[in-house]
Design a protein around this ligand. Structure first.
Ligand SMILES: [Zn+2]
Length: 473
């Protein structure tokens, strides 16, 4: 039985209230907030964090063998991020990796590809991590509408939380939202035309055909997800297709996150699954130059979606920021830093040599005395035995702040920088930057979790590494 075996999320903690944007431009506010990626986040980091969150809920021994990175805003125009994702997840080298770019329904395109790979015995489990960080031109509605987030699903046969019982896809060439080679901001056309002739026409026709082909009446579904650019049009299509707007339609989380690009369909699916019970049927449709539709049947393992950092928990964790900070974090406003030497760039050779330590976050454990060390060393600090270590994975582990120092001089878009000496639960210590926290709230003994971030951004390359942030309560 092919189905969704797990789902995970990364919703940035930062929120920009839309009335703050409206206040800056003296325009109307669309209400609610948009989620904003931190100064050290991008589509790659958010996708990796969502994927780690997803696998934390997988049944044991369900290694993935295919990985898809889905985004319209990859930090790289040329370079596969799927390989970074697979390396961070520490997958076997013969895993299949791919990037799917440019489409709002990239996640469901990947789901269809994964289902085909599973049926053809080309993969046992596929991880699909969709992440977007798109920009709307300042002072336009799109600036308020677009939000940053990532979500990840795994597709497999082992103990799914929701079985895929039917699927259907159509393509439909339509220019509604786009970016050209040189564009920083998303472009669009006249709103009414885009909604009525694009999203509403395509999704309504495709879902109607899907229901007819599978002989499934609208009332059979407890939830219907009609992912698209606007809540009112979603409700309009649902009504036209015979769904009950209040009881059946999944709300798009517009006021909590905003339109999260290619991550949005999976976020809406997650919101739906967190409220579902075994036996429920969900109709799941994603739109973008066509439409992908799935009918899902929720299984007994569904309580798994509420474990750990669930979507509901991530949505409740939030810190408001101001408009200037948002502009500076997205490189739309230049700001000054204390005059200090620039950080040193780690060479590509060194980065490649230390890939396992950096991406999959491996330390070493002394085989003789059990001491955990990070970074891995040749001699044990405790018992002095030499070259007698085994790999020890630190990602996914929690730690406590042993001690810390606040540094107001290091150039940072979120100064002051807090560097903490962490003590991992289960052993091991390391110095690490703290993020997603108010420096004044950091305390000795504070529990933290690891999160993958941009450590530095140089003119020619990104430098990624793990940071720590306060553990969600
Ligand atoms: Zn030792």
């Amino acid at each position: 039985m092919v189905g969704i075996t797990s789902i995970g999320f990364h919703i940035p903690v930062y929120r920009l209230p839309r009335n703050v944007i409206a206040g800056a431009w003296q325009t109307r506010s669309l209400g609610g907030d948009k989620a904003v990626a931190g100064h050290d986040e991008d589509s790659l980091t958010m996708a990796i964090n969502a994927a780690h969150d997803c696998i934390s809920r997988l049944p044991p021994k369900t290694d993935a063998s295919a990985v898809f990175f889905v985004s319209t805003s990859s930090p790289y125009k040329e370079k596969q991020v799927g390989a970074s994702l697979a390396s961070s997840l520490d997958l076997p080298p013969n895993s299949y990796t791919a990037d799917i770019a440019g489409s709002m329904r990239g996640a469901t395109i990947a789901m269809n590809l994964a289902m085909g790979m599973l049926k053809g015995n080309l993969a046992k489990q596929a991880i699909i991590s969709a992440s977007d960080c798109r920009l709307g031109l300042p002072q336009t509605d799109l600036e308020q509408r677009l939000g940053d987030a990532a979500a990840c699903v795994s597709i497999g046969e082992n103990d799914p939380i929701a079985e895929i019982i039917a699927s259907y896809s159509v393509f439909d060439e339509f220019l509604d939202f786009w970016r050209m080679e040189h564009d920083t901001f998303v472009k669009t056309w006249e709103e009414r035309f885009v909604l009525s002739e694009g999203y509403m026409r395509v999704v309504r026709k495709a879902v109607s055909e899907f229901l007819k082909r599978n002989n499934m009446p609208a009332e059979e579904f407890s939830k219907v997800i009609l992912c698209g650019p606007d809540a009112r049009s979603q409700a309009g299509i649902a009504k036209a297709l015979g769904f009950d707007e209040k009881a059946q339609v999944q709300e798009p989380l517009f006021s909590a996150i905003g339109q999260a690009g290619s991550a949005e369909p999976l976020i809406m699916l997650g919101a739906s699954l967190e409220k579902a019970k075994a036996g429920d049927r969900i109709l799941f449709a994603a739109y973008g130059d066509g439409c992908d539709i799935f009918a899902l049947e929720v299984k007994e393992s569904i309580p798994r979606v509420l474990e750990g950092n669930s979507l509901g928990k991530q949505l409740s964790r939030r810190t408001n920021i101001g408009y200037e900070k948002y502009l500076s974090w997205r490189d739309l406003l230049s700001v000054g830093f204390p005059r200090r030497p620039d950080p040193e760039m780690r060479s590509i050779t060194r980065r490649w040599r230390e890939q396992k330590r950096i991406l999959a976050f491996y330390g070493a454990k002394c085989k003789k005395c059990g001491t955990v060390q990070y970074p891995p060393q040749r001699v044990c600090v405790q018992c002095r035995s030499k070259d007698d270590f085994e790999d020890y994975k630190l990602s996914g582990r929690t730690a406590k702040v042993f001690t810390f120092a606040t540094d107001g001089l290091t150039p940072s878009k979120a100064a002051p920088v807090v560097n903490a000496f962490l003590e991992f639960d289960g052993g091991g210590r390391m110095i690490c930057e703290l993020t997603d926290c108010d420096p004044a709230s950091v305390k000795i003994g504070m529990p933290v979790e690891l999160t993958f971030r941009k450590l530095n951004q140089f003119p020619d390359m990104y430098d990624y590494f793990w940071k720590a942030r306060p553990l969600a309560v």
